[in-house]
Design a binder for this molecule. Structure first.
Ligand SMILES: [Zn+2]
Length: 399
C-alpha cells in the first residue's frame, strides 16, 4: 500500500474520535431536507476550511444551496480520488443528534452525515500526514440527492463542469458487500382522467368513463406486461415493474374523476429506460381507446444501469484496505438502490464505489450508526486515498 509498508498503523494515531463526532453533530444540528440543504452545506464548507482545505462553492444548478468543492492537493501530478457526500435528508420529522453508548442517533446519522463526517476526518488525517504523496483528494458536498424531492441535478452539474475525480467513493449506509452491478430505474405516475366531474352514482350516466375500471384494467395489464428476459446469472437482479400506490375515489357512492397509479420500473440493459417508457405509453393508448379516458404519464428516470469494473485500481485498493482492516475482502453483490454513483458512471464514466458505515434506519425517523463504524470508514477512506493516488498507472488527470 504505502510503499511496501502497511498504511493503517501510520494513519491510526491521527484518527480523532471526538473530532469526528463533533463534525457529525455540527452537520446534523442543521436540518437539511432535500432542496433546502444550503445552511448545512455552509457548515460543511466552514469545517473543511478550518481543516485547511482549499474550499469553494459551486451553484451546480441549485443556487440556494451551492455545492461544496474541497481539495487536498499533494502538489504533485497524479490521480484524483473523490469523496462524494450528499447533505440533504429525506422529508421526515427532524431528530436532533445524540450520542449514547457508542452510537450516534438522529436525522442523517445513517444517510449520510455520519459517513460525511468520517470522510472529513479522513481528509484531516491525510493533511496532518502530508499525504497523499502525489495526486489529490476531492470532497464534494451537495443537495438534491433524495428522490422524489431531488433530481440529482447538482451531481450532474458538477460532472458537466468537469468537477470530479478519476474514481469516487460514496459513504452511504452500505457495508456488507461491494455493489458491482445495478439496475436502471424510473419512478412512474399515471393519472387516468375523464372530462366529466365527480358525480353521485345515481346521477352518473352509464356511458360516463369509469376511471376505477380503467385503473383496474391498467394494473392488470402492467402486471402482465412482457418484460425483457433477465439472464439467470445477472448480478444486478431481474427486470421488474412494481406498483406501490393506487389512489382514487372520495366517498363510497361518488363516481370519481381521477385514478392515479404509481410505481417503479427497473431494467438491466444500459439505455433501456426509453424503451420501457414507450412500452407503458403503448398500454395507455389502448386504455384510453377502450375506456374513453385521458391518461397522463409522468416518468422520472432516477438512474441508468450501473457496473463497477472489478479490475479497476479503486476496487483493488478498497479491497486491500478492507482486508487489512477487517481480515477479508468485501463480497460482490447487487446495487439495490440508485445513488449518485450511477450518475458519475453514466455522466463521466468514472468508477463509483458505494461503501460506508454499517448503519441502520435510513429513510426512517430512527437513524443510528455505531461510532466504531464511523472510525472504520475514516481509516478506510484515508488509506484508500493514499493507495489510489500513489498507484502507478491510474488515469492521469492531474490534481
Ligand atoms: Zn444517502
Amino acid at each position: 500500500m504505502h510503499g511496501s509498508a502497511p498504511i493503517l498503523p501510520l494513519l491510526r494515531p491521527y484518527l480523532h474520535r471526538e473530532r469526528l463526532l463533533e463534525t457529525a453533530v455540527r452537520l446534523m444540528e442543521v436540518h437539511s431536507p432535500t432542496r433546502d440543504a444550503g445552511a448545512a452545506l455552509t457548515v460543511l464548507a466552514d469545517i473543511l476550511a478550518e481543516a485547511g482545505l482549499d474550499v469553494s462553492r459551486e451553484d451546480a444548478d441549485w443556487p440556494s444551496a451551492p455545492a461544496v468543492v474541497a481539495w487536498l492537493h499533494s502538489g504533485k501530478p497524479g490521480p484524483v480520488l473523490q469523496f462524494d457526500c450528499h447533505l440533504d435528508t429525506v422529508h421526515l420529522p427532524f431528530k436532533p443528534p445524540r450520542i449514547e453508548d457508542g452510537t450516534l442517533y438522529g436525522t442523517g446519522a445513517s444517510d449520510m452525515k455520519g459517513g460525511t463526517a468520517a470522510a472529513v476526518e479522513a481528509l484531516r488525517m491525510l493533511r496532518e500526514l502530508d499525504l497523499p504523496a502525489r495526486g489529490s483528494v476531492l470532497l464534494t458536498g451537495h443537495d438534491h440527492h433524495e428522490g422524489p424531492w431531488g433530481d440529482k441535478r447538482q451531481v450532474v452539474a458538477l460532472c458537466r463542469a468537469g468537477i470530479h475525480g478519476d474514481a469516487v467513493l460514496l459513504p452511504e449506509y452500505q457495508a456488507a458487500w461491494l455493489p458491482t452491478a445495478g439496475r436502471g430505474m424510473a419512478i412512474f405516475r399515471i393519472d387516468i382522467n375523464r372530462v366529466q366531474p365527480p358525480s353521485h352514482e345515481i346521477h352518473t350516466d352509464p356511458e360516463t368513463p369509469d376511471v376505477i375500471g380503467a385503473g383496474l384494467d391498467l394494473v392488470g395489464q402492467l402486471r402482465n406486461l412482457p418484460l425483457p428476459d433477465s439472464p439467470e446469472e445477472s448480478p444486478a437482479g431481474r427486470e421488474s415493474l412494481f406498483i406501490g400506490k393506487v389512489q382514487t375515489g372520495e366517498i363510497y357512492n361518488q363516481s370519481p374523476q381521477t385514478c392515479i397509479v404509481e410505481g417503479t420500473r427497473r431494467w438491466l440493459q444500459p439505455g433501456a429506460g426509453a424503451d420501457a417508457r414507450r412500452q407503458i405509453e403503448g398500454v395507455l393508448t389502448g386504455l384510453d381507446a377502450r375506456h374513453g379516458t385521458a391518461t397522463a404519464l409522468e416518468w422520472e428516470q432516477q438512474g441508468d444501469t450501473f457496473h463497477l469494473p472489478a479490475d479497476h485500481p479503486i476496487v483493488q485498493v478498497v479491497q486491500e484496505v478492507h482486508t487489512e482492516l477487517v481480515g477479508r475482502p468485501l463480497p460482490d453483490g447487487p446495487k439495490l438502490f440508485i445513488d449518485d454513483g450511477n450518475i458519475y458512471t453514466a455522466e463521466v464514466g468514472i468508477p463509483a464505489v458505494t461503501h460506508g458505515p454499517d448503519a441502520l434506519g435510513a429513510h426512517t425517523v430512527n437513524e443510528e450508526v455505531p461510532v466504531s463504524e464511523l472510525e472504520r470508514i475514516a481509516l478506510l477512506y484515508a488509506a484508500a486515498a493514499v493507495g489510489f493516488c500513489q498507484r502507478p498507472g491510474n488515469s492521469a488527470v492531474s490534481g
